[in-house]
Design a protein around this ligand. Structure first.
Ligand code: F6P
Length: 547
Protein backbone atom coordinates (compact mmCIF):
# COMPACT_ATOMS: atom_id res chain seq x y z
CA UNK A 1 0.00 0.00 0.00
CA UNK A 2 1.39 3.41 -0.96
CA UNK A 3 0.69 6.47 1.12
CA UNK A 4 0.70 10.15 0.27
CA UNK A 5 2.28 12.82 2.42
CA UNK A 6 -1.21 13.75 3.63
CA UNK A 7 -1.51 10.20 4.99
CA UNK A 8 1.99 9.71 6.29
CA UNK A 9 0.93 8.25 9.66
CA UNK A 10 3.34 10.34 11.72
CA UNK A 11 3.78 9.20 15.35
CA UNK A 12 4.13 11.33 18.47
CA UNK A 13 7.76 12.30 17.77
CA UNK A 14 7.12 12.77 14.08
CA UNK A 15 8.28 9.33 13.02
CA UNK A 16 6.33 7.67 10.26
CA UNK A 17 4.59 4.46 11.25
CA UNK A 18 4.55 3.15 7.70
CA UNK A 19 7.47 1.50 5.95
CA UNK A 20 9.56 3.89 3.83
CA UNK A 21 8.74 1.82 0.76
CA UNK A 22 5.03 2.42 1.37
CA UNK A 23 5.36 6.15 0.90
CA UNK A 24 3.91 7.59 -2.28
CA UNK A 25 7.18 9.17 -3.35
CA UNK A 26 9.13 5.90 -3.00
CA UNK A 27 7.54 4.51 -6.15
CA UNK A 28 8.25 7.77 -7.95
CA UNK A 29 11.89 7.52 -6.96
CA UNK A 30 12.06 3.94 -8.27
CA UNK A 31 10.56 5.06 -11.59
CA UNK A 32 12.84 8.08 -11.72
CA UNK A 33 15.88 5.86 -11.21
CA UNK A 34 14.80 3.73 -14.17
CA UNK A 35 14.41 6.87 -16.30
CA UNK A 36 17.95 7.94 -15.47
CA UNK A 37 19.42 4.56 -16.44
CA UNK A 38 20.15 5.69 -20.00
CA UNK A 39 21.80 8.97 -18.89
CA UNK A 40 25.47 9.48 -18.19
CA UNK A 41 27.12 11.97 -15.89
CA UNK A 42 28.94 13.39 -18.89
CA UNK A 43 25.61 14.20 -20.53
CA UNK A 44 24.27 15.81 -17.39
CA UNK A 45 27.32 18.07 -17.17
CA UNK A 46 27.11 18.91 -20.89
CA UNK A 47 23.46 19.79 -20.55
CA UNK A 48 24.02 22.27 -17.72
CA UNK A 49 27.33 24.14 -17.64
CA UNK A 50 26.43 25.43 -14.16
CA UNK A 51 25.81 21.96 -12.74
CA UNK A 52 28.93 22.05 -10.54
CA UNK A 53 27.72 25.06 -8.60
CA UNK A 54 24.00 24.27 -8.89
CA UNK A 55 24.53 20.95 -7.13
CA UNK A 56 26.80 22.29 -4.41
CA UNK A 57 25.96 23.60 -0.95
CA UNK A 58 28.05 25.74 1.37
CA UNK A 59 27.80 26.60 5.01
CA UNK A 60 30.24 28.29 7.38
CA UNK A 61 33.32 27.49 5.28
CA UNK A 62 32.30 23.89 4.44
CA UNK A 63 31.59 22.99 0.83
CA UNK A 64 29.65 19.94 -0.31
CA UNK A 65 29.80 19.37 -4.06
CA UNK A 66 27.35 16.59 -4.90
CA UNK A 67 27.20 17.23 -8.64
CA UNK A 68 29.19 14.08 -9.52
CA UNK A 69 26.29 11.78 -8.69
CA UNK A 70 23.94 10.37 -11.28
CA UNK A 71 21.12 12.67 -10.22
CA UNK A 72 19.15 15.62 -11.52
CA UNK A 73 17.38 18.44 -9.78
CA UNK A 74 14.25 16.29 -9.93
CA UNK A 75 16.08 13.55 -7.95
CA UNK A 76 16.84 16.09 -5.24
CA UNK A 77 13.28 17.34 -5.17
CA UNK A 78 11.87 13.79 -4.90
CA UNK A 79 14.30 13.01 -2.08
CA UNK A 80 13.16 16.18 -0.31
CA UNK A 81 9.58 14.95 -0.61
CA UNK A 82 10.66 11.66 0.92
CA UNK A 83 12.20 13.56 3.85
CA UNK A 84 8.96 15.50 4.33
CA UNK A 85 6.80 12.43 4.06
CA UNK A 86 8.94 10.73 6.70
CA UNK A 87 8.52 13.69 9.08
CA UNK A 88 12.24 14.52 9.13
CA UNK A 89 11.82 18.10 10.37
CA UNK A 90 9.71 16.90 13.29
CA UNK A 91 12.29 14.23 14.04
CA UNK A 92 15.08 16.79 14.15
CA UNK A 93 13.07 18.89 16.60
CA UNK A 94 12.29 15.80 18.69
CA UNK A 95 16.00 15.03 19.04
CA UNK A 96 17.08 18.59 19.87
CA UNK A 97 14.10 18.96 22.23
CA UNK A 98 15.08 15.96 24.35
CA UNK A 99 12.29 13.53 23.33
CA UNK A 100 13.09 9.94 24.26
CA UNK A 101 13.71 8.86 20.67
CA UNK A 102 16.04 6.04 21.78
CA UNK A 103 12.95 3.98 22.51
CA UNK A 104 14.50 0.60 23.27
CA UNK A 105 16.55 2.15 26.07
CA UNK A 106 13.97 4.83 26.91
CA UNK A 107 16.56 7.59 26.58
CA UNK A 108 16.77 11.05 25.15
CA UNK A 109 19.45 11.71 22.50
CA UNK A 110 21.12 14.97 23.38
CA UNK A 111 24.73 14.89 22.21
CA UNK A 112 23.91 18.25 20.62
CA UNK A 113 23.56 19.71 24.14
CA UNK A 114 27.24 18.87 24.72
CA UNK A 115 28.14 21.73 22.40
CA UNK A 116 25.43 24.19 23.40
CA UNK A 117 27.01 27.47 24.54
CA UNK A 118 26.76 28.31 28.23
CA UNK A 119 23.56 30.17 28.90
CA UNK A 120 21.47 28.18 26.43
CA UNK A 121 18.86 25.95 28.00
CA UNK A 122 18.01 22.38 27.07
CA UNK A 123 15.51 20.87 29.46
CA UNK A 124 15.33 17.17 30.15
CA UNK A 125 12.71 16.19 32.72
CA UNK A 126 12.65 19.82 33.81
CA UNK A 127 16.42 19.99 34.40
CA UNK A 128 18.74 22.14 32.29
CA UNK A 129 21.38 19.75 30.98
CA UNK A 130 23.53 22.53 29.48
CA UNK A 131 24.38 23.69 32.98
CA UNK A 132 25.66 20.20 33.91
CA UNK A 133 27.59 20.04 30.64
CA UNK A 134 29.40 23.29 31.43
CA UNK A 135 30.06 22.26 35.03
CA UNK A 136 31.89 19.18 33.77
CA UNK A 137 33.64 21.18 31.04
CA UNK A 138 34.88 23.53 33.74
CA UNK A 139 36.29 20.63 35.79
CA UNK A 140 37.90 19.10 32.68
CA UNK A 141 39.44 22.45 31.75
CA UNK A 142 40.84 22.84 35.25
CA UNK A 143 42.51 19.41 35.13
CA UNK A 144 43.78 19.99 31.58
CA UNK A 145 45.33 23.32 32.48
CA UNK A 146 46.85 21.94 35.70
CA UNK A 147 48.51 19.19 33.68
CA UNK A 148 49.62 21.43 30.82
CA UNK A 149 51.14 23.95 33.19
CA UNK A 150 52.94 21.22 35.14
CA UNK A 151 51.07 22.03 38.34
CA UNK A 152 49.45 18.57 38.45
CA UNK A 153 52.31 16.30 39.39
CA UNK A 154 52.51 12.55 39.61
CA UNK A 155 53.35 10.66 42.80
CA UNK A 156 57.06 11.44 42.46
CA UNK A 157 56.49 15.15 41.90
CA UNK A 158 57.14 15.11 38.15
CA UNK A 159 54.71 16.59 35.60
CA UNK A 160 52.61 14.46 33.26
CA UNK A 161 54.12 13.95 29.80
CA UNK A 162 51.91 11.12 28.48
CA UNK A 163 48.18 10.64 28.75
CA UNK A 164 47.04 7.09 28.07
CA UNK A 165 43.36 6.79 27.18
CA UNK A 166 42.02 3.33 27.90
CA UNK A 167 38.61 2.70 26.30
CA UNK A 168 37.03 0.97 23.33
CA UNK A 169 34.42 1.77 20.67
CA UNK A 170 33.17 5.30 21.14
CA UNK A 171 35.37 5.66 24.21
CA UNK A 172 38.43 5.19 22.02
CA UNK A 173 37.68 6.00 18.39
CA UNK A 174 36.56 9.59 19.03
CA UNK A 175 39.53 10.63 21.18
CA UNK A 176 42.00 8.69 19.00
CA UNK A 177 40.66 10.03 15.70
CA UNK A 178 40.55 13.64 16.90
CA UNK A 179 44.01 13.43 18.51
CA UNK A 180 45.54 12.12 15.28
CA UNK A 181 43.75 14.84 13.34
CA UNK A 182 44.80 17.67 15.64
CA UNK A 183 48.34 16.79 16.71
CA UNK A 184 49.56 20.10 15.29
CA UNK A 185 47.56 21.75 18.09
CA UNK A 186 49.09 19.63 20.85
CA UNK A 187 51.28 21.22 23.48
CA UNK A 188 54.94 20.37 23.02
CA UNK A 189 56.01 17.71 25.43
CA UNK A 190 52.54 16.30 26.19
CA UNK A 191 51.44 13.33 24.08
CA UNK A 192 48.51 10.94 24.11
CA UNK A 193 48.43 7.20 23.52
CA UNK A 194 45.46 4.92 23.15
CA UNK A 195 44.77 1.39 24.33
CA UNK A 196 41.57 -0.27 23.21
CA UNK A 197 41.98 -3.91 22.24
CA UNK A 198 41.70 -6.71 24.79
CA UNK A 199 44.67 -8.19 22.87
CA UNK A 200 47.56 -7.81 25.31
CA UNK A 201 49.87 -6.72 22.49
CA UNK A 202 48.01 -3.43 22.43
CA UNK A 203 48.72 -2.42 26.02
CA UNK A 204 52.17 -4.01 25.86
CA UNK A 205 53.20 -1.76 23.01
CA UNK A 206 51.70 1.35 24.57
CA UNK A 207 53.35 0.81 27.96
CA UNK A 208 56.72 -0.11 26.49
CA UNK A 209 59.16 2.73 27.11
CA UNK A 210 56.69 4.79 29.14
CA UNK A 211 57.85 6.43 32.33
CA UNK A 212 55.25 5.67 35.03
CA UNK A 213 56.21 8.81 36.94
CA UNK A 214 55.04 11.02 34.06
CA UNK A 215 52.05 8.99 32.85
CA UNK A 216 48.37 9.67 33.50
CA UNK A 217 45.80 6.99 32.66
CA UNK A 218 42.33 8.15 31.62
CA UNK A 219 39.95 5.22 31.95
CA UNK A 220 37.11 6.03 29.57
CA UNK A 221 33.98 3.93 29.67
CA UNK A 222 30.40 5.07 29.62
CA UNK A 223 29.22 1.98 31.47
CA UNK A 224 32.48 1.12 33.26
CA UNK A 225 31.54 -2.52 32.77
CA UNK A 226 33.15 -3.11 29.37
CA UNK A 227 35.43 -6.11 29.84
CA UNK A 228 38.14 -4.99 27.42
CA UNK A 229 38.50 -1.64 29.15
CA UNK A 230 38.45 -3.10 32.65
CA UNK A 231 41.11 -5.71 31.95
CA UNK A 232 43.33 -3.08 30.29
CA UNK A 233 42.74 -0.70 33.19
CA UNK A 234 43.68 -3.41 35.73
CA UNK A 235 46.84 -4.27 33.79
CA UNK A 236 47.78 -0.59 33.67
CA UNK A 237 47.15 -0.20 37.40
CA UNK A 238 49.30 -3.25 38.19
CA UNK A 239 52.06 -1.88 35.94
CA UNK A 240 51.97 1.40 37.85
CA UNK A 241 51.73 -0.19 41.32
CA UNK A 242 54.68 -2.49 40.53
CA UNK A 243 56.80 0.56 39.76
CA UNK A 244 55.53 3.33 42.03
CA UNK A 245 53.49 1.56 44.72
CA UNK A 246 49.77 1.47 45.48
CA UNK A 247 49.65 5.01 46.88
CA UNK A 248 50.53 6.38 43.44
CA UNK A 249 47.22 5.32 41.86
CA UNK A 250 45.34 8.47 42.92
CA UNK A 251 47.76 10.74 41.07
CA UNK A 252 47.97 8.63 37.93
CA UNK A 253 44.39 7.48 37.25
CA UNK A 254 41.29 9.46 36.36
CA UNK A 255 38.01 8.15 34.97
CA UNK A 256 35.38 9.29 32.51
CA UNK A 257 32.06 7.53 32.95
CA UNK A 258 28.35 7.69 33.69
CA UNK A 259 28.78 5.04 36.39
CA UNK A 260 30.17 6.54 39.62
CA UNK A 261 29.66 3.33 41.63
CA UNK A 262 31.77 1.18 39.33
CA UNK A 263 34.44 3.87 39.12
CA UNK A 264 34.68 3.92 42.93
CA UNK A 265 34.67 0.10 43.02
CA UNK A 266 37.64 0.13 40.65
CA UNK A 267 39.50 2.33 43.11
CA UNK A 268 39.46 5.69 41.38
CA UNK A 269 38.63 8.63 43.62
CA UNK A 270 35.19 10.02 42.57
CA UNK A 271 36.83 13.46 42.77
CA UNK A 272 38.87 12.35 39.74
CA UNK A 273 35.85 11.17 37.79
CA UNK A 274 34.47 13.24 34.92
CA UNK A 275 30.83 12.59 34.35
CA UNK A 276 28.68 12.26 31.29
CA UNK A 277 25.13 11.05 30.86
CA UNK A 278 23.00 8.25 29.47
CA UNK A 279 21.63 10.62 26.82
CA UNK A 280 25.06 10.65 25.13
CA UNK A 281 25.58 7.55 22.97
CA UNK A 282 29.11 6.10 23.01
CA UNK A 283 29.68 6.86 19.32
CA UNK A 284 28.48 10.45 19.84
CA UNK A 285 30.58 11.04 22.94
CA UNK A 286 33.84 12.69 21.85
CA UNK A 287 32.51 16.20 22.66
CA UNK A 288 31.75 14.99 26.21
CA UNK A 289 34.28 14.20 28.94
CA UNK A 290 35.28 11.25 26.73
CA UNK A 291 37.34 13.90 24.93
CA UNK A 292 39.39 14.55 28.09
CA UNK A 293 42.65 13.11 26.74
CA UNK A 294 42.27 15.30 23.64
CA UNK A 295 41.56 18.36 25.79
CA UNK A 296 44.68 17.72 27.86
CA UNK A 297 46.92 17.74 24.80
CA UNK A 298 45.30 20.52 22.77
CA UNK A 299 44.09 22.65 25.67
CA UNK A 300 40.69 23.71 26.87
CA UNK A 301 40.37 26.64 24.45
CA UNK A 302 40.99 24.47 21.39
CA UNK A 303 38.66 21.77 22.70
CA UNK A 304 35.93 24.38 23.03
CA UNK A 305 36.61 25.33 19.39
CA UNK A 306 35.77 21.75 18.46
CA UNK A 307 32.49 22.14 20.35
CA UNK A 308 31.83 25.47 18.62
CA UNK A 309 32.34 23.91 15.18
CA UNK A 310 29.94 21.08 16.02
CA UNK A 311 27.43 23.61 17.38
CA UNK A 312 27.61 25.59 14.15
CA UNK A 313 26.49 22.50 12.20
CA UNK A 314 23.89 21.67 14.86
CA UNK A 315 22.28 25.09 14.36
CA UNK A 316 22.46 24.72 10.59
CA UNK A 317 20.90 21.25 10.75
CA UNK A 318 18.11 22.50 12.95
CA UNK A 319 17.35 25.77 11.16
CA UNK A 320 18.34 25.57 7.48
CA UNK A 321 15.74 24.63 4.86
CA UNK A 322 16.08 20.96 3.91
CA UNK A 323 17.23 21.89 0.37
CA UNK A 324 20.26 23.83 1.69
CA UNK A 325 20.96 21.60 4.65
CA UNK A 326 24.31 19.83 4.32
CA UNK A 327 23.62 16.83 6.59
CA UNK A 328 20.17 16.41 5.00
CA UNK A 329 21.63 16.48 1.49
CA UNK A 330 24.39 14.05 2.40
CA UNK A 331 21.92 11.72 4.11
CA UNK A 332 19.43 11.75 1.25
CA UNK A 333 22.13 11.15 -1.35
CA UNK A 334 23.12 8.09 0.66
CA UNK A 335 19.48 6.94 0.63
CA UNK A 336 19.43 7.40 -3.14
CA UNK A 337 22.53 5.26 -3.59
CA UNK A 338 21.53 2.58 -1.10
CA UNK A 339 17.83 2.20 -1.77
CA UNK A 340 17.38 3.19 -5.40
CA UNK A 341 20.76 2.47 -7.05
CA UNK A 342 21.45 -0.66 -4.97
CA UNK A 343 24.85 0.42 -3.63
CA UNK A 344 26.02 -1.76 -0.77
CA UNK A 345 28.98 0.24 0.44
CA UNK A 346 30.21 3.75 1.06
CA UNK A 347 33.89 4.67 0.83
CA UNK A 348 35.14 7.60 2.90
CA UNK A 349 38.37 8.92 1.42
CA UNK A 350 40.03 11.75 3.31
CA UNK A 351 42.78 13.34 1.23
CA UNK A 352 44.59 14.26 4.42
CA UNK A 353 46.83 11.96 6.41
CA UNK A 354 45.70 13.63 9.62
CA UNK A 355 42.24 12.17 9.01
CA UNK A 356 43.56 8.62 8.66
CA UNK A 357 41.34 7.36 11.48
CA UNK A 358 38.20 9.08 10.23
CA UNK A 359 36.93 6.04 8.27
CA UNK A 360 37.22 3.83 11.38
CA UNK A 361 35.46 6.48 13.46
CA UNK A 362 32.66 6.82 10.90
CA UNK A 363 32.37 3.06 10.64
CA UNK A 364 31.17 2.90 14.22
CA UNK A 365 29.05 6.02 13.88
CA UNK A 366 27.23 4.81 10.79
CA UNK A 367 27.21 1.03 11.08
CA UNK A 368 26.48 0.80 14.81
CA UNK A 369 23.75 3.43 14.44
CA UNK A 370 21.96 2.23 11.34
CA UNK A 371 23.12 -1.37 10.88
CA UNK A 372 19.63 -2.52 11.87
CA UNK A 373 16.97 -4.74 10.33
CA UNK A 374 13.98 -3.95 12.53
CA UNK A 375 12.27 -0.58 12.72
CA UNK A 376 11.23 1.51 15.69
CA UNK A 377 8.05 -0.57 15.91
CA UNK A 378 9.96 -3.85 16.00
CA UNK A 379 8.96 -4.82 12.48
CA UNK A 380 11.32 -6.19 9.83
CA UNK A 381 12.49 -3.34 7.62
CA UNK A 382 11.56 -3.85 4.00
CA UNK A 383 14.41 -1.75 2.58
CA UNK A 384 18.19 -1.77 2.90
CA UNK A 385 19.69 0.21 5.77
CA UNK A 386 23.30 1.25 6.56
CA UNK A 387 25.90 0.66 3.87
CA UNK A 388 29.21 -1.04 4.60
CA UNK A 389 31.45 1.92 5.34
CA UNK A 390 35.19 1.72 4.77
CA UNK A 391 37.99 3.84 3.48
CA UNK A 392 41.55 5.07 3.83
CA UNK A 393 43.38 8.30 3.13
CA UNK A 394 44.25 9.36 -0.38
CA UNK A 395 46.57 9.06 -2.10
CA UNK A 396 47.46 5.76 -0.37
CA UNK A 397 44.09 4.20 -1.17
CA UNK A 398 44.68 4.90 -4.87
CA UNK A 399 47.51 2.38 -4.81
CA UNK A 400 45.46 -0.22 -2.98
CA UNK A 401 41.71 -0.51 -3.53
CA UNK A 402 40.88 2.25 -6.03
CA UNK A 403 41.21 -0.30 -8.85
CA UNK A 404 37.87 -1.71 -7.66
CA UNK A 405 36.34 1.75 -7.41
CA UNK A 406 37.22 2.44 -11.04
CA UNK A 407 36.71 -0.90 -12.75
CA UNK A 408 35.17 -3.34 -10.29
CA UNK A 409 31.73 -4.88 -10.75
CA UNK A 410 30.44 -3.20 -7.58
CA UNK A 411 29.67 0.50 -7.66
CA UNK A 412 30.87 2.14 -4.44
CA UNK A 413 29.71 5.72 -3.87
CA UNK A 414 32.52 7.68 -2.27
CA UNK A 415 32.96 10.76 -0.10
CA UNK A 416 36.20 12.57 -0.94
CA UNK A 417 37.28 14.96 1.81
CA UNK A 418 39.87 17.63 1.07
CA UNK A 419 41.47 20.41 3.09
CA UNK A 420 42.36 23.57 1.17
CA UNK A 421 45.17 24.90 3.37
CA UNK A 422 47.61 22.41 4.88
CA UNK A 423 49.37 22.90 8.21
CA UNK A 424 52.77 22.30 6.61
CA UNK A 425 54.79 24.41 4.20
CA UNK A 426 55.41 21.77 1.53
CA UNK A 427 53.28 23.46 -1.13
CA UNK A 428 54.33 21.03 -3.86
CA UNK A 429 53.05 18.10 -1.79
CA UNK A 430 49.71 19.73 -1.21
CA UNK A 431 49.23 20.70 -4.86
CA UNK A 432 49.88 17.11 -5.85
CA UNK A 433 47.55 15.76 -3.17
CA UNK A 434 44.69 18.01 -4.22
CA UNK A 435 45.32 17.36 -7.91
CA UNK A 436 44.89 13.68 -7.17
CA UNK A 437 41.64 14.25 -5.32
CA UNK A 438 40.18 16.25 -8.20
CA UNK A 439 41.50 13.79 -10.78
CA UNK A 440 40.00 10.79 -9.01
CA UNK A 441 36.51 12.24 -8.77
CA UNK A 442 36.68 13.18 -12.47
CA UNK A 443 37.90 9.75 -13.52
CA UNK A 444 35.17 8.07 -11.49
CA UNK A 445 32.46 10.33 -12.91
CA UNK A 446 33.47 10.56 -16.55
CA UNK A 447 35.67 7.53 -17.18
CA UNK A 448 37.76 7.86 -20.35
CA UNK A 449 35.87 10.97 -21.36
CA UNK A 450 34.54 9.52 -24.59
CA UNK A 451 37.76 7.86 -25.74
CA UNK A 452 36.64 4.39 -24.69
CA UNK A 453 36.44 3.15 -28.28
CA UNK A 454 40.15 3.73 -28.80
CA UNK A 455 41.21 1.62 -25.85
CA UNK A 456 41.33 -2.11 -25.24
CA UNK A 457 38.62 -3.26 -22.78
CA UNK A 458 41.03 -3.68 -19.87
CA UNK A 459 42.08 -0.05 -20.22
CA UNK A 460 38.62 1.43 -20.56
CA UNK A 461 36.75 3.21 -17.80
CA UNK A 462 32.97 3.36 -17.92
CA UNK A 463 32.62 6.27 -15.48
CA UNK A 464 29.28 7.11 -13.86
CA UNK A 465 30.68 6.16 -10.47
CA UNK A 466 29.24 8.58 -7.94
CA UNK A 467 31.12 10.71 -5.45
CA UNK A 468 30.66 13.69 -3.17
CA UNK A 469 33.46 16.14 -2.51
CA UNK A 470 33.62 17.83 0.87
CA UNK A 471 36.11 20.66 1.28
CA UNK A 472 37.27 22.21 4.55
CA UNK A 473 39.19 25.50 4.53
CA UNK A 474 41.74 24.16 7.05
CA UNK A 475 41.83 21.28 9.50
CA UNK A 476 41.32 22.90 12.89
CA UNK A 477 39.43 21.90 16.03
CA UNK A 478 36.54 24.04 14.73
CA UNK A 479 36.33 22.42 11.28
CA UNK A 480 36.84 18.95 12.72
CA UNK A 481 33.89 19.61 15.03
CA UNK A 482 31.90 20.60 11.97
CA UNK A 483 32.87 17.43 10.12
CA UNK A 484 31.92 15.24 13.09
CA UNK A 485 28.50 16.89 13.43
CA UNK A 486 27.95 16.76 9.67
CA UNK A 487 28.28 12.98 9.66
CA UNK A 488 26.39 12.53 12.95
CA UNK A 489 23.39 14.32 11.52
CA UNK A 490 23.70 12.59 8.16
CA UNK A 491 23.38 9.30 10.04
CA UNK A 492 20.37 10.70 11.91
CA UNK A 493 18.67 11.66 8.63
CA UNK A 494 19.12 8.19 7.20
CA UNK A 495 18.00 6.43 10.38
CA UNK A 496 14.90 8.60 10.50
CA UNK A 497 14.02 7.91 6.87
CA UNK A 498 14.50 4.16 7.35
CA UNK A 499 12.55 4.25 10.59
CA UNK A 500 15.29 2.63 12.71
CA UNK A 501 16.37 3.55 16.22
CA UNK A 502 19.86 4.88 15.44
CA UNK A 503 20.83 5.08 19.10
CA UNK A 504 20.87 1.54 20.45
CA UNK A 505 23.29 -1.28 19.59
CA UNK A 506 21.75 -4.56 20.72
CA UNK A 507 23.53 -6.38 17.91
CA UNK A 508 26.81 -6.35 19.81
CA UNK A 509 25.32 -8.03 22.89
CA UNK A 510 25.15 -11.65 21.70
CA UNK A 511 28.86 -11.80 20.89
CA UNK A 512 29.70 -10.34 24.31
CA UNK A 513 27.55 -12.94 26.11
CA UNK A 514 29.00 -15.85 24.17
CA UNK A 515 32.57 -14.62 24.75
CA UNK A 516 31.93 -14.59 28.51
CA UNK A 517 30.73 -18.18 28.61
CA UNK A 518 33.49 -19.43 26.27
CA UNK A 519 36.03 -17.59 28.39
CA UNK A 520 34.76 -19.48 31.46
CA UNK A 521 35.06 -22.76 29.56
CA UNK A 522 38.61 -21.98 28.40
CA UNK A 523 39.73 -21.47 31.97
CA UNK A 524 38.02 -24.63 33.26
CA UNK A 525 38.74 -28.34 32.72
CA UNK A 526 35.24 -29.01 31.39
CA UNK A 527 35.05 -30.59 27.96
CA UNK A 528 33.58 -27.94 25.66
CA UNK A 529 30.03 -28.83 24.63
CA UNK A 530 29.35 -26.39 21.81
CA UNK A 531 29.30 -27.10 18.08
CA UNK A 532 31.97 -29.46 16.68
CA UNK A 533 33.93 -26.65 15.04
CA UNK A 534 34.13 -24.44 18.13
CA UNK A 535 34.85 -27.46 20.39
CA UNK A 536 37.84 -28.48 18.27
CA UNK A 537 39.21 -24.93 18.08
CA UNK A 538 38.88 -24.55 21.86
CA UNK A 539 40.57 -27.89 22.54
CA UNK A 540 43.49 -26.85 20.32
CA UNK A 541 43.82 -23.53 22.13
CA UNK A 542 43.63 -25.21 25.55
CA UNK A 543 46.40 -27.67 24.62
CA UNK A 544 48.72 -24.77 23.73
CA UNK A 545 47.61 -22.73 26.75
CA UNK A 546 48.55 -25.55 29.14
CA UNK A 547 51.85 -26.50 27.50
O1 F6P B 1 30.35 -1.99 21.26
C1 F6P B 1 29.28 -1.58 22.02
C2 F6P B 1 29.59 -0.37 22.83
O2 F6P B 1 28.59 -0.25 23.78
C3 F6P B 1 29.72 0.91 22.03
O3 F6P B 1 28.51 1.47 21.68
C4 F6P B 1 30.51 1.76 22.96
O4 F6P B 1 31.04 2.87 22.31
C5 F6P B 1 31.54 0.76 23.42
O5 F6P B 1 30.83 -0.46 23.51
C6 F6P B 1 32.23 1.09 24.71
O6 F6P B 1 31.35 1.15 25.78
P1 F6P B 1 31.75 1.83 27.14
O7 F6P B 1 32.07 3.26 26.88
O8 F6P B 1 30.56 1.67 28.03
O9 F6P B 1 32.95 1.10 27.71
Amino acid sequence: MRRSSQDAGLGSTGESSVSPSETFVWGELVAHHAELAATTMGELFDRDPRRGSALSAKYDGLVLDYSKNLITERTVSLLMRLARERGLATGIEAMFGGARINTTEDRAVLHTALRSPAGETVLLDGVDVVRSVHDVLGRMSHLAEEIRSGRWCGATGRPVRTVVNIGIGGSDLGPAMTYHALREFAQDGVEARFVSNVDGHDIDRVLRGLDPATTLFVISSKTFTTVETLINARTARQWLVDRLGADAVGKHFVAVSTNADEVAAFGIDPANMFEFWDWVGGRYSVPSAIGLSLMIVIGSGQFRELLAGAHSIDSHFRMAPLEDNLPVLLGLLGIWHRNFCGAQALAVLPYDQRLALLPAYLQQLDMESNGKSVDRYGRAIAVDTAPILWGAPGTNGQHAFFQLLHQGTTIVPSDFIGVLEPAHSHRAHHDLLMANLFAQTRALAFGDLGNAGERPPHRSFAGDRPSNTILLPRLTPYTLGQLIALYEHKVFVQGWIWGVNSFDQWGVELGKKLATSIHDDLESDRAPSLDSSTNALMRRYRRVRRS
